[in-house]
Structures are given as C-alpha cells and as structure tokens.
Design a protein. Sequence first.
Length: 408
Amino acid sequence: MELVTAKELHEKDCRELLQDIGGPLKEQGANCGIAIVHLDLTKGGFSQQEITLRDRKLLKYASINILEESLSDWCGVAFNGFGNQLVCVIQLEAGEAAAAPQHLDSRLNLIGQTIVMNLKQYLNVTATVGLSSLSANLSMLPKLMEEAEAAIEWRKLHPDNRILYYADMASLGNLRMMEWVAKVEVLVQKLKEEDRSDGLEQDGSPEEKTLSAGEELQKMLALLDGLTGSEGIFHSCFGILVYRLYGLLFDYGHDKSDAFRRLDPDLYFRGMDPRAKAQALARYMQELSALLKTCISERDQTVVARIKAFIQSHYGNHELKIQDIAGEVHFSPAYISYLFKKETGANLWDYVSEVRMEEAKRLLAGTDMKRYEISYQVGYQSPEHFSRMFKRLEGVSPADYRKAFRGN
C-alpha cells in the first residue's frame, strides 16, 4: 500500500518498491493506472449464503489471485485495500496509452469488464471497479489512487454501474458539477416561486425573470441529452437534478402516500437507459409539479390556520406587529400578507382588527367594563384610537353600540 499512498515518494523510491513487490510491473516504458475493486461481501460464493468474517478473508485472498490472473495482459498487481476493497496497479504500454481517446476508453472498459466478469464467474462475487487516469510518472501513483477512490465513491450515486471512471468526472468541461448544481437550484427556485409570481415581485436577474420553470427545464433537458453518450456524467447530473426535485415534496409535506412513493426516482426511472431517462424526465416533472402544487396548497392552508390561531391568542397585545405573526410561521411579513389575502380574500391586518372588534362587541354587550378597559383588553393602548377604529368598522361608536344592544 505504501506505493500508492505515500505522497512524499520520489521516482527512485517508487522503482525500489516495485522491485520489492516483484511481479510483472515494469519500471520504465509503461503508463500506470489504479483500479480499486469494491467487493460486495454481504453474500457470495455459489451457495449465496451470508459470508462470515473468516470467509470474507478467504474470498478476498481468492479475489486477489483472480485479479492478478485476469490482469496479466496489463502487468497487473493486486493487493488488499481497506475494508472490502482491493487495489490493482495496471500498466499499459506507452504507445497504447497514447492512442486515440476512443481506443483508450475501450481498453480501460475491457479491463473493468474483465475484473467484474471474472470475479462473478469464478467466485460469484459482485464487484464494482473505480478506474483512475494513466500516468508515466511512478511518483503520481498516490494521486492516481486518489482518483480511483473518487471514482469508486460514485457507486453510492450509481449503484447499477459496475465500472466507474475518474475521467468521466474530470471531463465535465463547461458543465462543471458546481455549475450544474447552480442550474438545478435556479430551476428549484422557479418552481417555488411560480405559485406566487402574481402576488409578489421576486428577486433575481432579468434573465431569471424572463424564463419560466418549464423553459429552464427545457434548457437542462438539452444539456442532459448531450451527455447520454457518457453514462457516468449523465447519471451524476441526472441524479442531482431528480433527487433535488423530489426533495421539494418533503419541503412542503411529510406525506408517505403512494403518490410520493411512485415519484421516488429510484422506482420511477428503474431499468431505463440514459436516453429513456432523459425522455421520461419531462413527464416526471409534470407529475411532480402537480403533486407539488397540491402539497403547497395544503401547506398554505396550514400556515393560514396557524396565523389565525396566533392572532386569536395574541390580539390583546397592543404591541403586536405583523413581524411577530411572520416569525411564528417562519415566513417574511410580505409573504404572509400575500398568502393570507390569497387564501382568505381578506387583508391580514384587517383580520386582526376584525378579531379585536368581535371581542370588543362581546365585552360591550355582556359586561359593564369601561371603554378604556375594553380598549386595552382588545389590544388598543389609546381609547380614542379604539373608538375611531370601532366606528369605522362597525358604523357606530362603542357607547352607541352598547346602548343599541341593551335597548336603552
């Protein structure tokens, strides 16, 4: 392991380690690469029984022998890595490594397929392979090890892929992953804003304002369509997009209904190749958008109910502000004002005044409390302001209302 993990090694040190290792590895005239092989040792062997710790060690030992035999055409050396992983150093002749990209990709794919197929055929062990790039510089082996480790981590995103290439990660070019994530977030914000775009002015650049969520999606579909020839890149970008969109449902609700489960990307796109996934994405978005609108509507109704309950409990506080109500439901004052009007047809602060007046009428009719006492109890510090509000909303003064109600 020192050969592929010790970063301070010089070329001379690497050659000495190669001599110590022995085997078919060449010191010069070849380009090296690293293949990390992740073994699924939960079950294996031809009995498909659960594998004990002792049997795992035996299977790893047998796997090393299979790997070295399988990689003999590429001067392969295999040894134990961490956990259920094995590490292989492979070599391609300098001329072969410098061949056209298509030829090199084909050769690396052959290496990966050979590893996966032989482990399955001879040991019935399922394996995933992460392949680094190639380098003629032996001191680059630790860097190549890091590349292979990064590639094998992709198995968590793409459990169906058995061969994963670091080159796919490095070849994103203009579509760097962070840029893709930013595009996904723009789309997500569009979806969040569309249900209230007629009620609130949204922040954003002019370009963002002129494009709808549907238009943003079409742009992203075109980008994805251009990636279908490279499965690693496509699945990464596709996974980031669909799981972020699916997560929106849980931002607005915690429903575990069949509708939520049916839109689980793992179930919805299972068995599809990249082209089919790209084609199905527009339909998936339509279904998700419809469910999202339902979730948002239910969320909005819940928020309005909480707003009303908070007002009913706090209308007597003469220092009550719209910011207090907004803080209770964790939205901005502007948004709760818009939402309340959209859901009830009433202005939010008019509703506060209405609740206060209803309580004031009850006290005027059913008690002998003084005007200033009622004023303070329903949230008005000034009796004069209370009287003006009462007359404006009810059409009569508090005193006249009491007289009319009592008939004297």
